[in-house]
Ligand binder design. Structure first.
Ligand SMILES: [Zn+2]
Length: 56
């Protein structure tokens, strides 16, 4: 159950706290430059913003 809570917290928009967040693929430049970084790009359907999160 702890893993589920962790996953839930991970998928919350930092701008509006909306939970309609989907992971999208990083841009080509980011992929090339930051391939060694565990950065993930997310898109929020509530406030229409994209944001990055660190972590695996
Ligand atoms: Zn949002």
């Amino acid at each position: 159950m702890k893993d589920k809570d962790k996953d839930k917290r991970f998928r919350v928009c930092p701008a509006c706290n909306g939970q309609k967040v989907e992971r999208i693929s990083r841009g080509t430049i980011l992929k090339t430059l930051l391939f060694w970084l565990p950065v993930q790009k997310y898109y929020c359907f509530k406030c229409f913003r994209t944001f990055y999160r660190f972590g695996k």
